[in-house]
Every structure is written in structure tokens, then in C-alpha cells.
Design a protein around this ligand. Structure first.
Ligand SMILES: [Zn+2]
Length: 395
């Protein structure tokens, strides 16, 4: 009793100092040009930004143990509402203690709303003002997702950062269609906020839509800021518009968002997409690319993409990247990585995924340090120069 009474007198700041974060907060530590570095504090730990979030679609980052994902330098993972609601279901995960416990990852988790994947994966979907009804891609069973149901599922999962339910149209699309989807998403954002309610320790992010049309992006940002969110995502990019168009949107889109809130670019991307996004003021990103490519024999390195399946590696005793500290580079040769990929051994996916996730986290750490030191431009020049040099010549 005495102990409890004493604790309740603690100010939020004191709890913070003790490591007892009670709210999700964002602190910008430095800015260089438009690039920012900071820290997102949650009760489950800090997320250093710019941050890359590995994707743990079905409550696992494929081919990786959670402790290995942490070793690569990840502070936060992304989970997919669409996949988890279908299998094993959010209710089952809640009964088993929540997603963190279920998948053995006690650090922060961001979950998407299911909106994007329901549009791209589900069959026979029907969309109206209320939400989306669709058939599971697993067994054809019927399901519904609404802003309210998406908030409920993400709460059952115990997600630290919850995303608003939105509609993301595939590009290219005509302006009236992009505008219709954006305005529906803004009405859904309002419903998401109401359904989310007041949940200390958890954050809700709004999602900007509007395709590649500046007026629509501005209208969307204003609507979201009016509603008020803990963070703001830029959605509807990396859906077929190309890097130049994406950077074109980011050039103005981040300027419509509050300086003191984190900005999350959804579903991006390749290493040069990530660097270009951070340069334009983005703080958080996620993408399946490093893990998916790890399973298809593609390694991302300082010198660009290396295809380990290529015959040039079969007698090569050198590591994939001699400067990399990951197990694939420390303990194995290119010849071995080539062999296990060609033999379809499970260790191939494990090693290349580890390497790729480590490389992505090294990019993020490099950018954080460069922004803090006010030398982002030099860091970026070195990043592009390394890629221009290309892979080491064959032996
Ligand atoms: Zn490596």
C-alpha cells in the first residue's frame, strides 16, 4: 500500500526518468536541411528516428528470431492487421496475452489498419461508406473491416502505434477517384480517432492520402491536423508511381505536417528511397524488401544489390561485405551463401535476411549520426558514391 501511494505521486517526468514512460511522445533532437533525428518514447521503449521498421506480417519477421531482429538494431516492428485478424485472429492473440508476448518481442510494435492489404490481397471486396467486406485469401470466409473494427483489432493485439483505417487507391488513378478515396479516408480518420478513444501509452497515427496531386495532399493534411493525431503517416505512395513522383510528393507533403510529430512513410522502400525520404523530412519507414529479398537471393550492400545466385560467386571465398558485422558476412563466404541458396537450404534465407536487415539499420544509424552532426549532405554523397562504384570485381 505504502509503495503504491508513493508511486502515484510521481510526476510523468519522474516516471520518464525512471524509464516508466506513460505517454507516447516525440522529441526532435536535431535537424539538418529537412532531415530530422529524434526519439519516439513509448512505455515499451524508445524508437530512434529516422527508424526503419522490419515487417513481421504473421507475427514473425520471416526467417528471423526476434532477438536476432533486435541485434540488427531494430527498435520497433510492424505487424499486419489483415493477416493477424484472419489467422490466428486478434481475439486469440489477446487471450494469449497480446502480440508482444505471443511473438516474443517486448519492444514497440506498430500495426497497420488492414486497409491497404484488404484492398490489395482480399478477393471479392465491397467498399462503401461504412467500411469494407471481403473474402479471406486463406479460406474464402467472409469478413468486415470498418474504422471501428480496425481500432478494436489493433487494441486486442496490444499495438503501441495504431494506424487509422483508410482506403489507398492504386496509382495511376484519375483525380476524382483519388479525391473520393482521400475524402472517405478523412471521414474514416475521424471515426478511427473516436473509436480509439483515450488510451494512455498508445498512439494513433493519421494517414495522409491524395495520390500525386498537391492540392489533394494539402486538403488531406489539413483535415488530419484538424482532427489531431500523435503522428502522421504519408500513405498512398510506393504504389506504382515511381521514385521521382514519390520524391515530388514528399518535397511538399512533409511541409503540411506538424514539426513536433513523427512522420511515417508507409511501405518504403529500397535503400535509396529511404535516404531520399529522410532527406525530405520523413522519420519512420517500413518495407518487406530487405526480408523478402533475403529469401530470393538478393543482398543489399554499400555497393548496391548483389545477386548471390550469380555463378560468379561459386568459388569466391570472400565475404559478402567485408565491413559488415552480421553473421552472414563474419562467418561465411560468398561461395557458401551461393551454395546454400542454390541448394534451397533454410539457412540461406536466415543469413541473407539478417544481412539485409542489418544493412538497413546501418543506413538508419548512419543517417541519425550524420543529421546530429550537421553533415547529412556529406553522408548522402558517400552513400551514392559507394553504390556508383558497384560490387567488388570477380576474382
Ligand atoms: Zn552482412
Amino acid at each position: 500500500m505504502h509503495r503504491r501511494a508513493k508511486r502515484s505521486k510521481e510526476t510523468p517526468e519522474a516516471k520518464l526518468r525512471r524509464g516508466k514512460q506513460v505517454r507516447v511522445t516525440f522529441e526532435k533532437l536535431a535537424q539538418d536541411g529537412h532531415a530530422r533525428t529524434g526519439v519516439l518514447r513509448t512505455p515499451r521503449g524508445e524508437v530512434r528516428t529516422p527508424a526503419f521498421m522490419p515487417v513481421g506480417t504473421a507475427a514473425t519477421v520471416k526467417a528471423m528470431l526476434p532477438e536476432s531482429v533486435r541485434e540488427t538494431g531494430a527498435d520497433i516492428l510492424l505487424g499486419n492487421t489483415y493477416h493477424l485478424m484472419l489467422r490466428p485472429t486478434a481475439e486469440r492473440i489477446a487471450r494469449l496475452g497480446g502480440l508482444h508476448k505471443f511473438m516474443n518481442w517486448e519492444r514497440p510494435i506498430l500495426t497497420d489498419s488492414g486497409g491497404f492489404q484488404v484492398m490489395s490481397l482480399a478477393g471479392l471486396r465491397k467498399l462503401d461508406e461504412e467500411g469494407v467486406t471481403f473474402k479471406s485469401h486463406i479460406d474464402g470466409s467472409k469478413h468486415a473491416l470498418t474504422p471501428e473494427r480496425s481500432m478494436e483489432i489493433q487494441a486486442l493485439l496490444g499495438s503501441d502505434i495504431v494506424m487509422c483505417f483508410d482506403e489507398c487507391p492504386a496509382l495511376p488513378a484519375e483525380d476524382p477517384e483519388v479525391a473520393r478515396a482521400m475524402r472517405l479516408s478523412m471521414r474514416w480518420a475521424e471515426r478511427s480517432k473516436a473509436a480509439f478513444g483515450d488510451r494512455p501509452g498508445h498512439a494513433l497515427f493519421g494517414i495522409m492520402q491524395g495520390g500525386v496531386t498537391q492540392e489533394l495532399r494539402e486538403e488531406s493534411a489539413k483535415a488530419l491536423v484538424e482532427i489531431g493525431f500523435d503522428g502522421y503517416a504519408i500513405g498512398g505512395l510506393a504504389v506504382g508511381e515511381g521514385q521521382e513522383a514519390m520524391f515530388g510528393v514528399l518535397d511538399y507533403a512533409t511541409g503540411y505536417l506538424p514539426q513536433d510529430r513523427p512522420r511515417y512513410l508507409m511501405g518504403v522502400g529500397k535503400p535509396d528511397d529511404i535516404v531520399g525520404a529522410v532527406k525530405r523530412g520523413v522519420d519512420m519507414m517500413d518495407c518487406v524488401l530487405p526480408s523478402r529479398s533475403g529469401r530470393t537471393g538478393q543482398a543489399f550492400t554499400r555497393a548496391g544489390v548483389v545477386n548471390i545466385k550469380n555463378a560468379r560467386h561459386q568459388d569466391d571465398p570472400r565475404p559478402l561485405d567485408e565491413t559488415c558485422g552480421c553473421p552472414a558476412c563474419r562467418n561465411y563466404s560468398r561461395a557458401y551463401l551461393h551454395h546454400v541458396f542454390r541448394s534451397q537450404e533454410i539457412i540461406s534465407s536466415m543469413l541473407l535476411t539478417w544481412h539485409n536487415l542489418r544493412y538497413y539499420q546501418e543506413i538508419m544509424a548512419g543517417m541519425r549520426g550524420a543529421i546530429a552532426d550537421g553533415r547529412f549532405a556529406e553522408w548522402e554523397a558517400a552513400f551514392h558514391a559507394g553504390r556508383a562504384d558497384g560490387d567488388i570485381p570477380p576474382l
